[in-house]
Design a protein around this ligand. Structure first.
Ligand SMILES: NC(=O)c1ccc[n+]([C@@H]2O[C@H](COP(=O)([O-])OP(=O)(O)OC[C@H]3O[C@@H](n4cnc5c(N)ncnc54)[C@H](OP(=O)(O)O)[C@@H]3O)[C@@H](O)[C@H]2O)c1
Length: 303
């Protein structure tokens, strides 16, 4: 039997490595990776599991490498991170190469809250992905473009780190507004598993494919942590959502280039206000995956 070939760009990254492994877990699938010069060591474990490597980077002069990557592939998965040169221009070159090679499906590097509903100006990284989605709609030809959305990552690095709804060391949970809005959280690993399922699915997949491991309001999140860890959290109410807007404006004006000073708050605002809430969750499409809840993650990680 001919193996289905799935090509992945960004397979050296945090999410990309997990996607690569999730694809390799599926029987009858060949994984092909685009890897930048100097980054090959990072995919040694995937290569050991049988992944093929094409050396190259996303960019205007990547033509030959992108054609080799896409040749005979059924799906291209992107899990890259970067600025507009990567997310808009780089992924556009990749999509064109996929279209020219007759690839069936393309999964761009989104993996976020509902970036299509986030207001213009609210999150610059969502803005870039929306711009790419517009290009993709115009240029995809017969390629099925599927945006995988998963809310925020439920892991140490994001829910308990970058966005820091809960600071485990300080035993404190933070909220702006009334916290009554349900929020979507999914682990990196579950997002990777759903992405692998979308990649190999022989049926048409909706343009936006949304999943969540857990949907909780702020009180529910605090309860999930407390019951999973057996530890009590102090709750710090930081102000109204209008005060959060003002805080973001202030930080942005103080240092526009210092994106990391205000980007986490921008994500938190879109989560707490509900503008980034995922609409219809499609977990049921792949019933073999039972995604991890916040409580389960806290227990498993000993948080
Ligand atoms: N929902 C959430 O809470 C959440 C949180 C974090 C991230 N995300 C999303 O998840 C996705 C993956 O993020 P991540 O944290 O896994 O990223 P990451 O660990 O920083 O990995 C980025 C990947 O992109 C590759 N890359 C960058 N520029 C490239 C280029 N020009 N050509 C080829 N490859 C290039 C890197 O390759 P090298 O190894 O060669 O540098 C690396 O493999 C992104 O879309 C990100 O926005 C979502």
């Amino acid at each position: 039997m001919n193996k289905q070939t799935i090509a992945l760009v960004g397979g050296t990254g945090s999410l990309g490595t997990l996607i690569g492994n999730a694809v390799l877990d599926k029987p009858g699938v060949q994984l092909r990776l685009l890897v930048r010069q100097g980054s090959r060591d990072k995919v040694a474990a995937l290569e050991k599991r049988g992944a093929q490597v094409v050396e190259g980077a996303l960019g205007a002069d990547a033509g030959g490498a992108l054609a080799s990557l896409c040749q005979g592939a059924s799906t291209i998965i992107s899990a890259v991170q970067g600025g507009a040169d990567v997310i808009i221009d780089g992924q556009t070159h990749l999509l064109r190469a996929a279209r020219d090679a007759g690839v069936k499906r393309f999964i761009p590097s989104d993996y976020s809250l509902d970036l299509f509903k986030v207001k213009p100006g609210h999150i610059p990284t969502s803005e870039m992905r929306r711009q790419f989605a517009l290009v993709a709609d115009a240029e995809r030809g017969d390629v099925e473009v599927v945006h995988v959305l998963n809310g925020g990552f439920l892991d140490r690095g994001v829910l308990f780190g970058f966005i820091r709804v809960i600071d485990v060391d300080k035993r404190t949970a933070y909220v702006w507004g009334d916290g009554k809005q349900p929020m979507d959280w999914t682990t990196y690993a579950d997002t990777a598993r759903y992405t692998a399922e979308v990649a190999i699915d022989e049926r048409p997949v909706p343009r936006v494919f949304s999943v969540a491991g857990d949907v909780l309001d702020f009180e529910g999140l605090v309860h999930a942590y407390e019951s999973g860890s057996g530890k009590k959290l102090r709750v710090e109410r930081l102000g109204s959502l209008e005060e959060l807007d003002a805080r973001i404006d202030e930080l942005q004006k103080a240092g526009p280039a210092n994106l990391l000073a205000y980007l986490p708050l921008m994500y938190f605002r879109s989560i707490l206000s509900g503008e980034g809430k995922l609409d219809e969750l499609m977990n049921d499409r792949y019933p073999s995956i039972r995604p991890t809840t916040v409580r389960e993650y806290v227990v498993k990680e000993g948080l």
